[in-house]
Design a protein around this ligand. Structure first.
Ligand SMILES: Nc1nc2c(ncn2[C@@H]2O[C@H](COP(=O)(O)OP(=O)(O)O)[C@@H](O)[C@H]2O)c(=O)[nH]1
Ligand SMILES: Nc1ncnc2c1ncn2[C@@H]1O[C@H](COP(=O)(O)OP(=O)(O)O)[C@@H](O)[C@H]1O
Length: 205
């Protein structure tokens, strides 16, 4: 049975991960799943529980961690963010590809456990553009924005641990680059060969 491809989209807060991921899933030919994260942060205006995030309390999140229910998690600017494990395991085992949109600490935890995934780092054209976007989004006050820009600078150094770097200059261009990466990743020999080995073994039985 073909195993799905784990696709991790990461990068500094404010670079446009959410925007690019939403645009990606609006494409007509998308045939992979999105991993909904769990967080303790409060929902923003327009965010829907069970769609944008599973919004939970710190106690609930820590219980999930204690029960081994998280594939990865991180504390980011005072809140927990994490990937529920069960959905990922079930989706990949069913041969479906799944995309995670997570920050860099979590992405590196996943890479430790699942190095066969495709790790994509979304990067801004430059740091000023990142700051402008965070200000433009208007979801944080300047103190938090300054914190996030400082975090972003150190996060950009982590690009070295990823397989691909996609510049988010224009959302449409970033979407096209990510789709190209996913199509190429599906052709990697280590993903295709096992199916043929299975066929040959069945023939030899
Ligand atoms: N490690 C980890 N990070 C996550 C997860 N979900 C979201 N994040 C990241 O947490 C950071 C903050 O997310 P959010 O509060 O939605 O702010 P925004 O990404 O700046 O809009 C972003 O970098 C997200 O990519 C997750 O499941 N695990
Ligand atoms: N290519 C882009 N050019 C200009 N602004 C962008 C671009 N991509 C995203 N943005 C804006 O930048 C802000 C941060 O985007 P968002 O998707 O919330 O980032 P992230 O999820 O990485 O924190 C939003 O206001 C969004 O509209």
């Amino acid at each position: 049975m073909k195993r799905g491809v784990l696709i991790v989209l990461s990068g500094p807060s404010g670079v446009g991960k959410g925007t690019v991921r939403k645009a990606l899933f609006e494409e007509p030919d998308i045939d992979f799943q999105y991993s909904i994260s769990m967080t303790t942060r409060q929902p923003r205006a327009g965010e829907v529980d069970g769609e944008d995030y599973f919004f939970v309390s710190r106690e609930e999140f820590e219980t999930e961690i204690a029960n081994g229910g998280m594939l990865e998690y991180a504390e980011y600017v005072g809140n927990y963010y994490g990937t529920p494990k069960r959905f990922i395991d079930q989706t990949l085992a069913a041969g479906r590809d799944v995309l995670l949109e997570i920050e860099v600490q979590g992405a590196l935890q996943v890479k430790e456990k699942m190095p066969e995934g495709a790790y994509i780092f979304l990067t801004p054209p430059d740091l000023q553009a990142l700051k402008d976007r965070l200000i433009g989004r208007g979801t944080e006050d300047m103190t938090v924005i300054e914190k996030r820009v400082m975090t972003a600078a150190s996060e950009i150094r982590m690009m070295a641990n990823y397989d691909y770097a996609v510049i988010n200059d224009e959302v449409e261009l970033a979407v096209r680059r990510i789709k190209d990466i996913i199509n190429v990743e599906r052709l990697r020999v280590h993903r295709v060969l096992p199916e043929y080995v299975e066929m040959i073994e069945e023939l030899e039985e």
